[in-house]
Ligand binder design. Structure first.
Ligand code: AMP
Length: 384
């Protein structure tokens, strides 16, 4: 799989001094060197670096303004807690966290250190993938998401830029900032999920569960095949309209589970019973076939079949993660340690419900960073 990300030249700054990456100043311990910018996310800038103690390529995310408001602070705290909890080959794990400020009063910046991958999945979209690569990528997403679900975590914001890959096709899921506990699903609000990958039940404001992540994986798989966003809605109505225009009328059972006002809207806009055939959406010409591939299950029909099952409008009809992993297009990759890895210590659901002030979140974050620094870097001081 070819990399599309351009590397820029390495900074000349000596180790330990600030590095400006993407207009953001990075001040990190001296063992992390050769910094260069690799991306910008919702929470801040990300740089690549080398850990000179271990020789390992590292990604460093600087959270921008973590204490600007309660939402940012809570999100930062949740993300750090979740990233410390997880231990799965297809889910990003926190290696270190660091702040150059050593007192609560001066505490301002948070840096998160993870294993560095080569690119995010959006850099891969547009390169035609053969079935082996495509099914392996989908397998890893399913496995990683199954593991998160086993910890009571729904990701809710899976999208190509939240998934990082290596040239060898290995993959890790990033960003748990929006993940909330499964138990609180009734409290979830709809605005948080990136629109293109948003499941129909979220769009029409129904209760939702882990299957929102399966929908997102279906949308991502479709995009990997065609090189185009499957449902590029311009607003949430348009998102809904695009889904039903393509996939047809949802069942009356699904409609009856929505609110009365939604039912009224759906009935007004229903496009009839038409449904674009999957053979038309994903024609044989969209797939890259490599001669001599020796797995008969890796074929266009099986690719369309799992896509169709992941893109069921009704979450009750949508394929479960277990069944998706058992699907012939995917099951060849199944490895017990990856599929059935024991769930991590369950995420503490009460964290999501805490109503704290910014100052209280700041204190919790400060303590968390100090704990991690002393556990992993063996120091709580800046610039070492
Ligand atoms: P994030 O803020 O975590 O969403 O990251 C923003 C972007 O930085 C991602 O879309 C990736 O392109 C890049 N990135 C973040 N973490 C990593 C990593 N561990 N390895 C490689 N690239 C990363």
């Amino acid at each position: 799989m070819a990399r599309k990300m351009d590397r820029i030249s390495q900074p000349a700054e000596p180790s330990g001094s600030p590095f400006i990456g993407g207009n953001t100043e990075f001040t990190v311990p001296g063992r992390f060197r050769n910094l260069f910018p690799i991306g910008i996310g919702a929470q801040g800038a990300v740089c690549g670096a080398i850990d000179f103690d271990t020789g390992m390529p590292i990604a460093i995310k600087k959270l921008s303004r973590p204490f600007q408001d309660v939402t940012n602070a809570k999100r930062a705290y949740r993300e750090i807690k979740l990233m410390r909890l997880v231990d799965h080959p297809f889910v990003i794990k926190l290696l270190y966290a660091y702040s150059p400020q050593t007192t609560l009063q001066s505490f301002r910046d948070i840096y998160l250190f993870t294993e560095r991958m080569d690119a995010n999945l959006s850099n891969v979209i547009g390169n035609q993938l053969d079935h082996e690569r495509l099914s392996f990528l989908v397998y890893q997403m399913l496995c990683g998401i199954k593991y998160l679900h086993s910890a009571g975590i729904i990701h809710r914001d899976l999208k190509p830029t939240n998934i990082v890959v290596r040239a060898d096709c290995s993959l890790k899921i990033l960003d748990f900032g929006l993940a909330r506990s499964v138990q609180n699903s009734f409290m979830m609000t709809q605005y948080v999920v990136t629109r293109y990958y948003r499941a129909p039940e979220v769009i029409v404001n129904m209760d939702y569960d882990t299957r929102v992540d399966i929908w997102a994986i279906g949308c991502i798989m479709a995009e990997l095949i065609t090189g185009r966003v499957l449902f590029p809605g311009t607003d949430y109505m348009d998102q809904w309209n695009r889904i039903i225009t393509t996939l047809g009328m949802p069942s009356s059972d699904f409609i009856s589970r929505t609110t009365l006002s939604t039912q009224g809207y759906i009935k007004k806009t229903l496009p009839g019973n038409s449904r674009v055939q999957f053979e038309q959406l994903f024609p044989d010409s969209a797939f890259l076939i490599i001669e001599g591939s020796n797995n008969a299950e890796l074929n266009n029909d099986n690719a369309r079949s799992i896509l169709q099952r992941m893109l069921e409008i009704d979450p009750l009809e949508r394929i479960s993660v277990e069944d998706a992993l058992a699907h012939p297009y995917i099951s060849l990759w199944c490895n017990d340690d990856e599929v059935n890895r024991p769930a991590p210590v369950p995420y503490d659901h009460s964290l999501d419900q805490q109503e704290l002030t910014i100052e209280q979140w700041k204190e919790l974050l400060f303590q968390e960073i100090r704990d991690i620094q002393s556990e992993t870097l063996g120091t709580t001081d800046a610039g070492n």
